[in-house]
Design a protein around this ligand. Structure first.
Ligand code: NAG
Ligand code: NAG
Ligand code: NAG
Ligand code: NAG
Ligand code: NAG
Ligand code: NAG
Ligand code: NAG
Length: 346
């Protein structure tokens, strides 16, 4: 085909004349962002009146040289080439060949995007690698892949490659399973950042979210809980996967009880053990006597102490009186009266 020869010529001479071309030729739009399979068109115009003809060189939608026109339009109903580089050319008055290349980006969202999980169930602390498989996306240099956990971006990956045709991408993301990951959803999203000329907002495709299961043993936030009331329900419920089984023991109880809660009437220490395949944890509930009893005990102690004090005061008083009578150091007025009486008798 004559086009191929002309294309070569254009390429060889392009470097030397692009500057000149930029001044006398204009392509609108200046940048074209088209989805693969869609229609596209661009117009090349010139202000030069006396040129030797102009046209478009392209693997799709080429236009043969036309004379006596101010503009030529390149148009395709359905873009099916990835390496499309339409070039507008013109033979100038002094038989120079001028060229200008259309700035075109042909894009395509992936056919599929999918997250592969690691083998489950995971145990707490284990690492696993999730894989995001992206099939057939272009152009890769405009691709951005984001890893999400729930609604939070974990990682944002871009590619520094110039392949124009669709590529496959497999991204790995290593995670260390924690108890908080149990039930968490991971997913990845492909986004084509095509600039202001591209569709707004940028086209995206998300994978299905993958819910992961983590097995972990029970762990109490507090190993001990003190409860002030008597008639109460002790609640030993704790998070663990698989759900734990509960056993209750108390020194004053002969039986072992089962279940997440225990109704108690009597004070004492109650030990709850929660266990699953991953391990177990123990929590001590200290049930204090009823506040009423405490009050009564205090009241009784108070009364007792008061009685003891009163008794002590009375006793010391009586003891002192006895002491004075024995010494007879300071005679009482009554004693003096008796002495007077005796003196009178003598
Ligand atoms: C464009 O071409 C592709 C591949 O030949 C085809 O699958 C698609 O249906 C075409 N689209 C239109 C609008 O003609
Ligand atoms: C991802 O990174 C690119 C550049 O590295 C940045 O422009 C973009 O905002 C980031 N996106 C998110 C969601 O973090
Ligand atoms: C991603 O992980 C898979 C195995 O899970 C491995 O075969 C592949 O090479 C890894 N890819 C990269 C880019 O590390
Ligand atoms: C654990 O016990 C301490 C002291 O009794 C208390 O301050 C704290 O709030 C408790 N934490 C929880 C999660 O119950
Ligand atoms: C404790 O609960 C039982 C039954 O639920 C009830 O009969 C009893 O009166 C309660 N005792 C106290 C001190 O609240
Ligand atoms: C025990 O506590 C859990 C949360 O810690 C709660 O969901 C549950 O309803 C409680 N059970 C009872 C019987 O109070
Ligand atoms: C709790 O775990 C320990 C080892 O960590 C084990 O020896 C014990 O038997 C377990 N108890 C229960 C009730 O599962």
């Amino acid at each position: 085909m004559g086009h191929v020869g002309l294309y070569r010529l254009v390429c060889l001479s392009a470097w030397f004349i692009l500057k000149a071309a930029a001044e006398s030729m204009v392509i609108t739009p200046s940048k074209l962002v088209v989805k693969y399979g869609d229609a596209a068109s661009a117009t090349c115009s010139t202000t030069e009146q006396k040129h030797g003809g102009m046209g478009w060189e392209a693997s799709e939608g080429g236009v043969d040289i036309v004379e006596g026109v101010q503009q030529v339009t390149w148009a395709v109903p359905n873009i099916t080439h990835w390496d499309l580089k339409p070039i507008c050319y013109m033979i100038s008055e002094n038989v120079e060949q001028l060229v200008k290349e259309l700035n075109i980006v042909i894009y395509k969202l992936p056919d599929s995007i999918d997250v592969k999980k690691c083998s489950e169930p995971l145990n707490e602390g284990e690492t696993c690698t999730l894989q995001c498989d992206i099939k057939s996306v272009a152009p890769v240099k405009n691709l951005q892949v984001m890893w999400y956990k729930q609604q939070v971006v974990l990682e944002n990956v871009t590619f520094n490659e110039n392949t124009m045709s669709p590529v496959e991408k497999h991204l790995n993301r290593s995670i260390q399973a924690s108890r908080n990951d149990d039930g968490a959803e991971y997913w990845c999203e492909a986004k084509l950042e095509l600039g202001p000329e591209g569709p707004q907002p940028p086209p995206t495709k998300k994978s299905e979210p993958r819910r992961i299961t983590v097995h972990y043993k029970p762990r109490f936030a507090n190993d001990t809980e003190t409860i002030e009331a008597g008639n109460t329900t002790l609640n030993c419920t704790v998070k663990a996967n698989p759900p734990p089984v509960y056993t209750w023991e108390a020194p004053h109880l002969d039986e072992t009880f089962y279940g997440p809660t225990l109704s108690v009437t009597y004070p004492g220490n109650y030990k709850c053990t929660a266990s699953n395949q991953r391990g177990n944890a123990t929590k001590l509930f200290i049930v204090k006597p009823y506040p009423n009893t405490v009050f009564l005990v205090c009241l009784l102690i108070g009364i007792f102490v008061a009685l003891v004090l009163i008794a002590a005061v009375i006793f010391t008083h009586w003891k002192r009186k006895q002491g004075r009578a024995a010494n007879n150091s300071i005679p009482s007025p009554a004693d003096q009266k008796e002495e007077d009486v005796e003196l009178v008798k003598k």
